[in-house]
Structure formats: C-alpha cells, structure tokens
Design a protein around this ligand. Structure first.
Ligand SMILES: Nc1ncnc2c1ncn2[C@@H]1O[C@H](COP(=O)(O)OP(=O)(O)OP(=O)(O)O)[C@@H](O)[C@H]1O
Length: 217
C-alpha cells in the first residue's frame, strides 16, 4: 500500500499562457502513513489530490498507486484502479439524501465491483470503526456535520483502498469536532495501513500527521 508522485507538473490554460499549479512535485507516502498537505489558497492542494486520484493526468511526471504505474493507462483501467485501490473523501460529503448511512456504503461497495452478499455486514463494521454503528439507519438530514463527515470517511474505505485521499474534512466543523475527525483519520490510517493524504488549511491539525508537506503560495 503506497502512493508515489514523481516529478509531477500540472498546468491549466490561462488566457494565452498556462498557469502552473504543480511544479515538479515529488511525494512518497508509504502504507500506514498520514501525510498532511498544507498551504495557502491556490497553492495547488486540490490539484495534487486530483492528480493522486488519477482524476487529472499531469503534464509530466508519474503517479504510482499501490505499485501500479498509472502513466499511459486508459480511461477504463483507471476507473477500475480508482474503484479498487483509491478511497476519496471530498470536502463536501455529497451523501445521497434518500439513503441511510449504511446504504451509502453499500452503494459504494457495488461500484467497486464487490458482491452484494456480505456488503451490509462490511458496511456495518466500517460504521462501527468510525463510531457510527448506532446511527446506521439514519438518513443524512438527521446526521450532524461531523457525523456526515464520518460517513464520508467510512464510505471512502468501503473497498479497502490502498490509498486514502481526504480533502479539507474539517472545514465545516468547529475545532473540537474537526480535531476528532483528524484523529479518526490518523487511527484508521494506522489500523488499515492506508497511504493517506490529508489536505487541510488548519495548522492545528498537523501534529496528528506523520509527515507534513508545505505548499508555498
Ligand atoms: N480547472 C482549472 N482551470 C484553471 N485553473 C485552475 C483550475 N483549477 C485550479 N486552477 C488554478 O490552479 C491553482 C491551484 O489551484 P488548487 O485548487 O489546486 O489550489 P488549492 O491549494 O487547493 O486552493 P484552495 O485552498 O483555495 O482550495 C490556482 O491558481 C487555481 O486558480
């Protein structure tokens, strides 16, 4: 379980020129390691996650997910790789309003190609791991912001990913609840051995990380 970015450069079109969002970035995250990425707005943190998630192909450089070099892979193969080896928890959980917490995870298990049999049991185990077993039957509108973020994390872990990518999980939470979510991410990373990248703007959360990467503005 590992994530490697080597010499990654990413530019976006910007009028007649191009804006460099990632400039020769190297990142190596072994399994069980929580790496926090901090930096000012616009410094490229979300771009880094999108490249690591194989959602955007960098201009140059390589991305290696769980030992699989993604350069040159076709769209279908990348989608499959993402479903099986990468867990992504975006900033806003985007839970489906009509589904209960446990059903949110079951849907993800189906997308990852897992058999429906046993999916509910595994989903319950994950909800238990994030401290939500008692609320498995609740729909999102009856969960707090912190609880929704926990469902978001559990859902990202549904297919036992090697790589876990988490974008600003605390932005909608007060400090205490935010700190609890970051502690949870640190624990899950250790217990499950994921190579985890956490993007945050809140430096108070950095002590929970094993490594910190600073992006300059
Ligand atoms: N789709 C896009 N097209 C053009 N420019 C983009 C695009 N996405 C991001 N950028 C630019 O790339 C740079 C890096 O953006 P990015 O969103 O990765 O930064 P960030 O550190 O995540 O910012 P924030 O903390 O505000 O989310 C910024 O200058 C941004 O304006």
């Amino acid at each position: 379980m590992s994530l490697e970015l080597n010499d990654v450069t990413l530019t976006y079109p910007d009028g007649d020129t191009r804006l460099t969002a990632l400039d020769r970035v190297d990142l190596s995250v072994p399994g069980g390691c929580l790496t926090a990425v901090v930096g000012p707005s616009g410094s490229g943190k979300s771009s880094l996650l999108a490249v690591a998630a194989t959602l955007i192909t960098p201009d140059t450089g390589t991305v290696t997910v769980d030992g699989v070099r993604t350069t040159g892979m076709g769209r279908g193969a990348l989608t499959e790789l993402r479903g099986r080896r990468i867990g992504i928890a975006f900033q806003h959980p985007h839970l489906l309003p009509s589904l209960t917490a446990v059903e949110q995870l079951q849907v993800m298990a189906g997308l990852g190609g897992r058999a429906a049999r046993g999916a509910r049991g595994r989903a319950m185990e994950l909800l238990d791991a994030v401290g939500l077993a008692d609320l498995a039957g609740r729909r999102p509108h009856r969960l707090s912001g912190g609880q929704r973020q926990r469902v978001n994390l559990a859902r990202a872990l549904t297919n036992d990913p090697a790589v876990l990518l988490v974008d600003e999980p605390t932005s909608a939470l007060d400090h205490e609840r935010g700190a609890a979510v970051v502690e949870l991410i640190a624990r899950l990373t250790r217990e499950r051995g994921t190579a985890t990248v956490l993007v945050t703007h809140d430096r108070a959360h950095l002590p929970a990380a094993d490594r910190v990467v600073e992006f300059a503005g």
